[in-house]
Write a protein that binds this ligand. Structure first.
Ligand code: ATP
Ligand code: MG
Ligand code: FE
Length: 342
């Protein structure tokens, strides 16, 4: 089965063709860093316009690189949310037009499910159920993945997402955009014990995450003029690692039927210090640790095509009038965490 996957929910425009046997035939991607750098963050209106300029050429590239025609595809998948609505609509409407013109089924993919299933694209031995730490620009959640479309959210952030905290830290320290990789690089030449920063919710008798206090402390440390940017970056990253580890221990140590694999996904999964900590935590619970390769961690079309392939195999396709959704939790029935609605 051949699936085309389109991604346009944030500031990456991407199209990829994936076969259900896990072969990635092509993946074309265009970042928009240059469009947004001057603003120090993603500007939704600019992003939507860039997606609409870039999407068709990228689809043509993906088809050409794979050596397939529209007719050869079995289904067309696109991110239908959550994300910046203007961008999501560009990808979804393009997929609808292609589906209508070709008579192929449409698959509306939840972007978070794209991240959540991405490790299975490269690891044929990763079976359900597994524990998933989803850490990205907009989310920080611990989930039990029971199957396609079957997620139990065990913990979520009560304020900022981890990626957001990395991006804000980079902005405060003037390290540039996008922030995550810049903070990680600066941290390499800094001392993680140099700056005293808080560990929000560490030791708390609840499973959730919190990062807003950390960001404010970074701002205060920077404004004090006492510390090097590298030391603040390293201390921030050390605090994030410690918080994530503490929160994971809280949930994992309390599970009766713990899945045998710990998986990390989302853009922040590209961070090497976080990966190293997760590998160690997994070892402590005799769990297998799985992480997608770096290019598959941040937004891309292959993860959307793969989620589309998994949904297609389960008989899940969508009508052409399916709506784009700015907010779309993976577990719509779960009660909102502490009323935060995240
Ligand atoms: P979401 O998936 O929640 O809708 P998004 O699509 O914007 O959000 P991703 O593309 O999955 O997020 O991830 C981007 C985030 O990952 C950014 O916040 C970025 O700073 C962060 N990130 C990327 N690389 C690294 C890294 N090496 N270390 C830490 N954070 C990183
Ligand atoms: Mg991006
Ligand atoms: Fe993402």
């Amino acid at each position: 089965t051949l699936i085309l996957g389109l991604e346009s929910s944030c500031d990456e425009t991407a199209a990829a063709i994936v076969r259900s046997d896990r072969t990635i035939l092509s993946h074309a991607l265009a970042g928009q860093e240059d469009h947004h750098r001057a603003f120090g963050g993603v500007v939704p209106e600019i992003a939507a316009r860039a997606h609409s300029d870039l999407m068709m050429p990228l689809i043509e590239t993906a088809l050409a690189d794979a050596g397939v025609r529209l007719d050869d595809l079995d289904a067309i998948a696109a991110t239908a949310g959550p994300g910046l609505i203007g961008g999501v609509m560009v990808g979804l409407v393009t997929a609808k037009a292609l589906a209508m013109a070709s008579g192929k089924p449409l698959i509306a993919v939840n972007h978070l499910e794209g991240h959540a299933l991405s490790p299975r694209l490269v690891d044929p031995d990763l079976d359900f159920p597994y524990m998933l730490l989803l850490v990205s620009g907009g989310h920080c959640q611990l989930l039990r993945v029971r199957g396609v479309g079957q997620y139990d959210r065990l913990a979520t952030t009560i304020d900022d997402a981890v990626g957001e905290a990395f991006d804000k830290t980079a902005k405060i320290l003037g390290l540039g955009f996008p922030g995550g990789p810049a903070v990680e690089k600066a941290a390499l030449s800094g001392n993680g014990a140099a700056v005293p920063l808080p560990r929000p919710l560490k030791g708390a008798d609840e499973p959730h995450f919190s990062f807003a206090g950390l960001k404010s402390a970074v701002l205060r440390a920077h404004e004090s003029g006492q510390y090097r940017a590298e030391d603040i970056a390293a201390s921030f990253q050390a605090a994030v690692v410690e918080c994530l580890s503490d929160r994971l221990h809280y949930s994992l140590s309390r599970m009766d039927e713990r899945p045998t694999a710990l998986v990390v996904a989302g853009g922040v999964a590209a961070n090497m210090a976080i990966r190293a900590m997760l590998e160690q935590v997994a070892g402590q619970y005799a769990m297998r640790f799985c992480a997608p390769p770096l290019w598959l961690c941040t937004d891309n079309g292959a993860m959307i095509a793969w989620a589309g392939a998994e949904r297609f195999a389960a008989g899940l396709t969508d009508p052409l009038d399916v709506a784009a959704r700015p907010r779309w939790p993976l577990d719509p029935d779960a009660p909102a965490a502490r009323g935060a609605g995240v």
